[in-house]
Design a protein around this ligand. Structure first.
Ligand SMILES: Nc1ncnc2c1ncn2[C@@H]1O[C@H](COP(=O)(O)OP(=O)(O)OP(=O)(O)O)[C@@H](O)[C@H]1O
Ligand SMILES: [Mg+2]
Length: 270
């Protein structure tokens, strides 16, 4: 049986204006995610990983776009051509979500976190009261005493707790695809591991496709089915994870693997 891709990106170009210059942040990328798949996106700093994730999820505030083109299809729907209203509906109803490296920059400092999660809930009235759904989500992302956490403001939580709140917000719409852009870089090593384990568990339990952007090839080795290697706005190699690690086709990929020697413990595996 051949499944069709959940996300199918062809010849994506994102050129950004930076003062008088134009940066070809993404310059003709093909990218695909199958339903329920976990894909890694790696590459040196500035290679375009975040720009690609933001273009695909259409979350590009504060950027000056010189060119945005290509084919971006999610479940067969053309996301690039989609009006804002339809795009919001797709985000709220089983579409895609994104989590960022820096939860403080994303959470509203003046609103209790429970309320922020509630606002992201999918409009599915059959799922019980909103408060219960918020508490269930907080519990799912591994936060103890959800009722207490829901009443707090972002600054009253630790970095790891805030990152979990952000994951809860991203999951509130029950997405089929989650983009995680260096979701744990700001956390200390133990908490990183716990948050990654949580993400991986949710990916498996919900059969939710996931794209993880990371500098840590160890994370990719343990979690991802396939990997895209990016360099200077292009995908220079893509392969199944095992194949990439055993037979990288590009020196650049081999160097990335060598540079990232840290490995995660085996318990992260399925
Ligand atoms: N708002 C912006 N305006 C103009 N150029 C930008 C903007 N954001 C990113 N760029 C440029 O786009 C290119 C890709 O940047 P991007 O942030 O996507 O890289 P990255 O792979 O995510 O890097 P990192 O690993 O450091 O997060 C870089 O050349 C960067 O300078
Ligand atoms: Mg980035």
């Amino acid at each position: 049986m051949s499944l069709s891709p959940l996300l199918d990106v062809r010849d994506l170009k994102v050129h950004l204006r930076l003062g008088p210059n134009v940066v070809k942040a993404i310059d003709g990328v093909d990218f695909r995610i199958m339903p329920g798949e976990c894909v890694g996106i790696v590459g040196e700093s500035g290679s375009g990983k975040s720009t690609m994730a933001r273009a695909i999820t259409r979350l590009m505030p504060n950027v000056n776009i010189a060119e945005l083109s290509g084919e971006l299809s999610f479940e067969g729907q053309d996301i690039l051509a989609m009006p804002d209203g339809a795009l919001r509906a797709l985000r709220r109803g089983r579409g895609f979500s994104m989590i960022f490296q820096d939860p403080l920059g994303y959470l509203n400092p003046t609103q209790r976190v429970g309320r922020q999660i509630e606002e992201a809930l999918s409009c599915d009235s059959s799922r019980g009261s909103n408060r219960n759904r918020v508490h269930t989500l907080l519990d799912e992302v591994g936060l103890p005493d959800p009722a207490n956490v829901a009443r707090r403001y972002p600054h009253e939580l630790s970095g790891g707790m805030r990152q979990r709140v952000m994951i809860a917000i991203a999951l509130a719409s029950d997405p089929q695809l989650l983009f995680a852009d260096e979701p744990t870089t700001a956390l200390d090593a133990t908490v990183q591991l716990q948050v990654l384990q949580t993400l991986y568990r949710l990916h498996k339990e919900r059969n939710m496709a996931m794209a993880i952007i990371t500098h840590d090839l160890g994370v990719v080795a343990e979690l991802c089915d396939r990997v895209y290697v990016m360099r200077a706005g292009k995908v220079i190699e893509s392969a199944e994870t095992v194949r990439l690690f055993e037979h990288p086709q590009q020196d650049y990929s081999r160097r990335l693997i060598e540079l990232s020697t840290r490995r995660l413990p085996r318990e992260l595996q399925a």
